[in-house]
Design a protein around this ligand. Structure first.
Ligand code: ZN
Ligand code: ZN
Length: 859
């Protein structure tokens, strides 16, 4: 849509006053480039001007003598001048730096602008350099004080948003995230708008006289207004909710593009969020708003007399008078109470009354997000962009705070949600803000006491955050151990210099309180063979971070190592080896588990609160069961693989029972290896088989027997549907909990063959039937003389190892001969080990042709 023009201005005709053609001007007077057309009817910042015609005299050059502009009988509150003074070299100091044309100098009397009234009286205003006028070429930081650049501020989409809209990014990455540019930044050269106040607005003006004084200057245009508020002063942010007129449409982002304000800027015009506030105040664990396709929330800055224009077709538009804006619910454009009251928001823990780090969301009566100061109005959900202490769950946006923040709030109802992990009762409420509200205090109650019973939580998989932000998010999510993983994405490296192979942020040894820890490890990655997370190891970083070419390592990199070699180095350096985001990539992980180089398998979910995501991946669970069925008693862990604000740190998390250990990072690793863990997106789960916890073994005589299985589950918000006792991968006992938050039970289970037992908890954030919400690690139940070995699963695992060998042999980029031999030997070792177990268990099988071929080729 064309830039809109305010109706409150009358351009002054300068035809008889123009002295030169601006095209003929040179050096410091040359016409500025990039500020728009400088002839004919133009508008600058929504203000219309009648400029001169091309190819003739079209600008007033003030030099030597004054210029008279007859205006007949003009009445005005302000006369707006579009002008510039000649560039000049700044003279900072005798003998120093006298070559810079930076516009830093100020105060010279450039000209006098005089108003001659019809009654013969006159008023003269001095036009001082850098006050009312500035030169066209300036350096950063040399703005004028009483004049504005002739271009409005601009508003931009981020780079990713531009790509969603099918555009090449108009602003580069990073710069795009600022979402705006001042008028000053939008062109290299400038013209300046100055509003000359008329001290006698009631008296008709007969003539304007512009008289040069100490410098040369150019006047391109003059326009008059009767507006009483200063026509160039920027307004502060306001909001309105617009019901879209017929013909207006939203873009792919759900934003209204064809919208403008004449004397102001539309900051954003985004689909409004409609909350059901009765549900908000209810017990549902997640309440999301509906994104409207009928209404937008417009945030804007404008002059009090500005008008809003919305395109309704290619050359039609609807105009709204922002001066007449009301809060009446039935108007098409509703004033939304502006968030102008700074209020301190404090969150304390009930028992101690001490501030507690939390994740917080606030919105106003019209669904408008109200970010704490220092946070985005629109949280950027995209990969590797804006990696700060924020989270966005579909349309609900959140900030992480250290127990206190300042939020600019509207007067009236404000809706709040505050959470702190899976043992603290979440708060979702409404408060009323008045003109006297300075402080809002919320109290959080810890209702589950699993930490007190030796359980600590961890996210085994976080990327991109700074360690300090990871610590804050861990505290606010109740995640005691955050594993921040450095890695490589092609030519991009992340968190590499946050790794020192030594420090645990938050640990008492490093000045912390020891209750929340961040440790930087690495996720070493390659596309085909797989990814592996190396946590908490000491000493040198294990390189290569990634190998084997794109998209994990860089194009042209050789396939230098196997994951098994990475794992062995991590073990040698005292670390914990986790196979991330089961089940993929499925390939070498099979070999490494067979080689017993893996300490835990990770189930990953970016954000279990998002109704479009899976809470706990059933394919990952199935993959894990396969190894349990072969007797590899891998504990389960949970990690978010957080790489953006759309992902929830600790959304899926590991609970580890410390046992008798104190809580330190290395004890957490040891306890996790010991295997009494569970993975959860909400409910907490405890299991005993004959009094033995997950990670342990129960032995039965050759005839088998009956074992007692007892369990307990508790949840602060996610309703539990069903609790299942899983034996060898199949549910053999189910307890229906019917959306309760707590349950316990026990059962006698008959066992005839060696197997394993674990607890699986079903329940859903969105009431989806059958979703898995938590899963414990397994207790092995071994019947003497009967090995825990599933032939079917052995075949599937062997085939993966053969696949890894095939890849290394054929299309993997080749390293030096010695490295290649070593890699192949590692994979062969895994193959042989499993192969032998298969034969020991009487399993005869067909070897894959590719593998047979390779064997004969080798020999
Ligand atoms: Zn990965
Ligand atoms: Zn990752």
């Amino acid at each position: 849509m064309k830039p809109s023009v305010s109706p409150y201005f009358t351009p002054v005709t300068l035809t008889n006053a123009f002295t030169v053609d601006h095209q003929t001007l040179t050096d410091g007077l040359r016409a500025p480039i990039g500020v728009g057309e400088l002839t004919g009817h133009q508008n600058f910042c929504g203000i219309p001007f009648a400029l001169g015609q091309p190819g003739e005299k079209n600008v007033i050059l003030l030099e030597n003598h004054g210029v008279h502009i007859d205006v007949d009988t003009l009445t005005a509150t302000y006369l707006i001048f579009l002008h510039a003074v000649e560039d000049r070299v700044t003279n900072y100091w005798p003998g120093l730096a006298d070559f810079s044309v930076d516009g830093n100098e100020l105060g010279d009397l450039v000209a006098d602008y005089t108003l001659e009234y019809a009654d013969g009286s006159v008023e003269t205003a001095p036009i001082l350099r850098r006050f009312a006028i500035q030169q066209s070429r300036i350096a950063w930081g040399a703005s004028a004080f009483a004049a504005i650049p002739a271009l409005k501020p601009g508003v931009f989409y981020t780079s990713t948003e531009e790509q969603i809209l099918g555009n090449w990014a108009r602003r580069p990455y990073g710069n795009g995230e600022t979402r705006h540019a001042s008028g000053r930044e939008r062109s290299a050269d400038k013209l300046w708008l100055y509003a000359l106040p008329n001290p006698h607005p009631a008296k008709p003006i007969r003539r304007i006289v512009c008289t040069p004084q100490k410098e040369r200057a150019l006047i391109y245009g003059i326009t008059a207004t009767t507006l009483t508020d200063h026509p160039l002063r920027a307004g502060i942010r306001r909001k309105a909710r617009l019901t879209l007129p017929a013909g207006a449409t939203l873009n792919k982002l759900g934003e209204l593009d064809s919208v403008d304000i004449d004397l102001g800027v539309v900051i954003s015009a985004r689909a409004a969020f409609d909350y059901d506030h009765a549900r908000w105040l209810g017990v549902e664990p997640v309440v999301l708003p509906a994104k409207s396709d009928q209404a937008v929330l417009i945030e804007y800055t404008a002059h009090p007399q500005a008008k809003l224009y919305v395109a309704t077709g290619s050359d039609t538009q609807q105009v709204y008078d922002l001066a007449a804006l009301t809060a009446l619910a039935d108007s098409a454009l509703i004033a939304v109470a502006p968030a102008h009251r700074p209020v301190t928001v404090r969150v304390v823990e009930q028992a101690s009354q001490q501030p507690v780090a939390v994740r917080i969301h606030l919105h106003g009566a019209h669904g408008e997000y109200l970010p704490p100061r220092g946070n985005h109005r629109q949280v950027n959900p995209y990969w590797f962009e804006d990696n700060y202490g924020e989270f966005v769950n579909v349309h609900n946006q959140y900030a992480y705070i250290q127990g206190e923040c300042v939020v600019d709030l509207p007067l009236g109802d404000v809706y709040v949600e505050i959470t702190n992990g899976y043992e603290v009762k979440p708060v979702r409420t409404r408060v009323t803000v008045t003109a006297e509200t300075d402080l809002l205090t919320f109290t959080l109650e810890k209702v589950l006491r699993w930490r007190e019973q030796g359980w600590v939580t961890a996210d085994t998989h976080v990327h991109f955050l700074s360690p300090t932000t990871a610590l804050l998010e861990g505290q606010a999510e109740g995640v005691h151990v955050v594993n921040l993983l450095a890695s490589q994405w092609g030519e991009m490296f992340s968190n590499v210099t946050d790794f020192d192979g030594r420090s645990t942020l938050g640990a008492q040894d490093f000045g912390g309180d020891g209750e929340f820890l961040v440790r930087v490890g690495t996720e070493n990655r390659m596309q085909t063979l797989g990814h592996i997370s190396l946590l908490g190891y000491s000493g040198q970083m294990i390189h290569p971070l990634c190998t084997g070419g794109p998209s994990e390592s860089a194009l042209g990199d050789p396939q230098e190592v196997t994951m098994a070699e990475w794992a062995q180095r991590c073990i040698d350096q005292g670390g914990l080896v986790v196979m991330p985001h089961a089940p993929n990539p499925q390939l070498e992980r099979a070999a490494d588990i067979v080689l017993e180089l893996v300490h835990a398998i990770e189930l990953m979910t970016f954000n279990p609160l998002n109704p479009n995501n899976i809470q706990v991946n059933p394919y990952g669970i199935a993959d894990w069961y396969r190894y349990l069925n072969l007797g590899y008693q891998l504990p389960v862990s949970g990690g978010s693989d957080k790489m953006s604000a759309a992902s929830l740190l600790g959304g899926i998390r590991t609970y580890t029972q410390l046992g008798d250990r104190d809580f330190t990072y290395s004890n957490w690793m040891a306890a996790t290896k010991a295997g009494n863990t569970f993975v959860t997106v909400g409910p907490l789960a405890e299991l005993r088989v004959e009094g033995v916890a997950p990670g342990g073994k129960v032995t039965l005589p050759p005839s088998g027997g009956s074992v007692n299985v007892s369990w307990k589950v508790e949840s602060v918000s996610l309703p539990i549907d069903q609790v299942e006792i899983v034996v060898g991968g199949l549910a053999v006992d189910q307890t229906t909990v019917n959306k309760g938050l707590t349950a316990s039970g026990s059962a006698q289970i008959t066992i005839t063959n060696s197997t394993w037992i674990a607890l699986r908890v079903r329940g859903s954030y969105r009431g989806k039937h059958g979703e898995i919400a938590a899963h414990t690690s397994a207790v092995q139940v071994l019947v003497e003389g009967k090995p825990l070995f599933s032939p079917k699963d052995a075949m599937a695992v062997l085939e993966q190892i053969e696949g890894a060998i095939a890849y290394v042999d054929t299309i993997a980029t080749r390293p030096a001969a010695q490295r290649f031999k070593q890699m192949r030997a590692t994979l062969e070792a895994a193959h042989n080990r499993l192969h032998q177990r298969m034969h020991q268990n009487g399993l005869f099988h067909r070897h894959t042709p590719l593998h047979d071929h390779m064997q004969s080729h080798e020999h």
